[in-house]
Design a protein around this ligand. Sequence first.
Ligand SMILES: [Zn+2]
Length: 103
Amino acid sequence: MIDKNLKYCCDFFESRHRSYNHSWPNIMIVKYTHDFFINTNLSKNKINSPYRFWITFGHEVFSLDNVMINITYCPFCGKNLFEFYDSDEYVNEIEGKTFSMIK
Ligand SMILES: [Zn+2]
């Protein structure tokens, strides 16, 4: 459960993040634990960050089979998500704990 006292970049991001497991467009923050997933070069801003930010359409468990898109900036206020949400407090799911990427 996400702490209700967390500070968010904006109200729109907060409402989408707090409802991340509902079946409407929402935002999920995932933490990866394997270096293979952390040290990717998909974006300059993602280097060495264990966090990823996804717009999803609801899911039971995180999986790359879910319909979703990876984002770097808040779609509502434009803040860099890697700078603002650099803490486990915001994480919805953790690789190796709530889901596994390696089968
Ligand atoms: Zn925002």
